[in-house]
Ligand binder design. Structure first.
Ligand code: ATP
Ligand code: MG
Length: 408
């Protein structure tokens, strides 16, 4: 039996690649304008990095990691890139530079999940991380970067949801309130929620289990709890963020139940959703993680960032056509054809010829499929040192010298 790609993984084929390259190009251009620099970290890391960095009450760490042992070391394929970027940030002494440090990344991530539309086991993220700024201007900068990037891709019809999770002190009272409200139906909740109840009750609000969601409604959970009461500092920070977003004309909706799946968030959290993606509707998730650098052994460092799912972005973007090459050389004298192709390439054009030297009609047929112009090199052309240029979109033909073609 032939071997197939693994469940939850996909080949990205040549006829799809123009979209991917376009997304990466727009990312590079958008982030460079804001002086964010690209960083590429390894695809596998010490398992501890994710256990500590993503958090041991998360689905990612509890259920979704690809972990294996090699030479007695536990290694994990990265399920996300923030932990890796923070590790690199400390390892290379970025924390000693004057802030802010602004980084972006792109690449594959791995999570053992149930594959479905918009959910794969190997998927791709593009993300940004900004270190060293406590002020809400950094949160606004990151959200602006996300909306600019999406605009650059032609996506304007998306909803930005924001919330503030406050600091530990703000959350303490809310956690108690939540637990009290959940206690009457705790037994009916899924196993995950029951274990979150003690460890991280906030995350119960993020549960996607249908039975749980029905119980939340039946017991009017979202009406009985008030949302997090923010302390003075956190509340100022949140107000300032909204002021920045208003000033930047970025539309947002406040969602007091937005909690996000990762343990490390503090203060700001946000998500960008599309109404055209079905149930996997989040394209972007992010927030502030002021405690993460310290948790991973570095100095206290305020930080904020986000990640977008490239497959989900792609599902929203119209298909970009494959680029045609500039010239296809049509000739039955292969030595002349290959020489011309080489000269064209050296002058900055894309060019190909028929490796099998088939009949002219066949060569022209191929040319019209893959190139903008055919360059015909027949007996007469070679003898009199000119080239017949055929425009393949309107079939007009002109005779030219090589130098004229280069100048065009
Ligand atoms: P979800 O709630 O959809 O599982 P998440 O909270 O786990 O998302 P993050 O870890 O915040 O997602 O990742 C950011 C983005 O990466 C998501 O908004 C989504 O677009 C994308 N993403 C996450 N997991 C997958 C996956 N398994 N397949 C494809 N894209 C994904
Ligand atoms: Mg998830």
């Amino acid at each position: 039996m032939s071997i197939k790609a693994q469940k939850g993984t996909k080949d990205i084929l040549p006829n799809e690649i123009a979209n991917w390259q376009n997304i990466e190009k727009v990312a590079y251009e958008t982030f460079s304008k804001a002086n964010f620099k690209e960083i590429r970290t390894p695809i596998f890391e010490d398992t501890n990095l994710f256990e500590r960095g993503v958090g041991d009450t998360t689905d990612i760490v509890n259920k979704e990691m690809y972990t294996f042992i090699k030479s007695d070391r536990s290694i994990t394929l990265r399920p996300e890139n923030t932990a890796g970027v923070v590790r690199a940030y400390m390892e290379h002494g970025f924390h000693r530079e004057s802030p802010p440090v602004k980084l972006w990344y792109k690449g594959p991530m791995f999570r053992y999940e149930r594959p479905q539309a918009g959910r794969q086991r190997q998927f791709h993220q593009i993300g940004v991380e900004m270190f060293g700024v406590q002020d809400a201007s950094a949160d606004a900068e990151c959200i602006m970067l996300a909306t600019e990037f999406l605009k650059g891709l032609g996506l304007n019809d998306l909803v930005v949801e924001i919330n503030s999770l406050g600091c530990n002190a703000c959350r303490k009272e809310y956690k108690e309130q939540l637990k009290k409200a959940i206690a009457p139906f705790l037994e009916g909740l899924c196993e995950d929620c029951r274990s979150r109840y003690e460890k991280n009750p906030l995350r119960i609000l993020d549960c996607k289990n249908e039975t749980c969601n029905k119980l939340f409604e039946e017991y009017k959970l979202k009406d009985t709890v008030s949302g997090i009461k923010l302390c003075g500092e956190c509340s100022d920070h949140y107000s300032k963020l909204k002021e920045y977003l208003n000033a930047l004309n970025i539309k947002y909706e406040e969602n007091t139940f937005l909690v996000r799946g990762l343990d490390y968030y503090t203060k700001t959290v946000f998500e960008i959703k599309s109404n055209n993606l079905g149930s996997q509707n989040a394209v972007c998730g992010g927030g502030r993680y002021d405690g993460l650098v310290e948790t991973l052994g570095g100095p206290h460092t305020p930080a904020v960032g986000w990640a977008m799912g490239v497959e989900r972005l792609n599902a929203l973007i119209p298909k970009v056509d494959e680029n045609k090459i500039d010239y296809f050389v049509v000739s039955d004298v292969q030595l002349e054809a290959v020489k011309l192709v080489s000269k064209l390439r050296n002058n900055g054009f894309s060019a190909e010829f028929d490796y099998n030297s088939r009949k002219f009609a066949k060569q022209l047929e191929k040319a019209s499929k893959i190139a903008n112009f055919a360059l015909i090199l027949g007996e007469d052309e070679i003898k009199n040192n000119y080239i017949t240029v055929k425009n393949l979109s309107d079939s007009t033909q002109t005779k030219m010298k090589f130098e004229e073609i280069v100048k065009r």
